[in-house]
Design a protein around this ligand. Structure first.
Ligand code: DQA
Length: 144
């Protein structure tokens, strides 16, 4: 079982970026957590981050036939991108949407998620551990 952990804009700046909201752990810490979780679950996992919407669309398209599941934090594009929604719908790879912060308790514009309708679940407000939960959920879903 092979997962792609996909992260959108500004998540490369974890640790530096608004630590009161996103914490002090870095993107490298996230990569370490993903690798440890993959080992624990007995799955393979790759990580990819981009600040560019089109590059994320390309990554979703390239995932077709390669990955069994996606863990996706589209970051700010969550709230704006029909292109990412359409890419997820096009490839139909089971996807879990993740947000580090609890977007439901933040600004009104963060309450909207364009990608959510193409995802099997959404995990918000669990910090970096949300990615581990998402990987567990994907494994469970794919094992059924
Ligand atoms: C985020 C929440 C988004 O609203 C924001 O634009 C991000 C990160 C999160 O992980 O909490 O960049 O997706």
């Amino acid at each position: 079982m092979k997962f792609l952990i996909l992260n959108g804009p500004n998540l490369n700046l974890l640790g530096l970026r608004e630590p009161a909201i996103y914490g002090r752990e870095t993107y490298e810490d996230l990569r370490i957590l993903v690798a440890a979780t993959a080992a624990r679950l007995g799955v393979e996992a790759d990580t990819y981050q981009s600040n560019h919407e089109g590059a994320l669309v390309d990554a979703i398209q390239a995932a077709y036939g390669v990955y069994d599941g996606l863990v996706f934090n589209p970051a700010a594009y969550t709230h704006t991108s029909v292109a990412l929604l359409d890419a997820l719908k096009a490839v139909s790879i089971p996807t879990v949407e993740v947000h580090i912060s609890d977007v439901s308790q933040r600004e009104a514009f963060r309450q909207v998620s364009y990608v959510r309708s193409a995802c099997i679940a959404t995990i918000t407000g669990h910090g970096l551990q949300g990615y581990a939960k998402a990987m567990e959920l994907l494994k469970e879903h794919l094992s059924k």
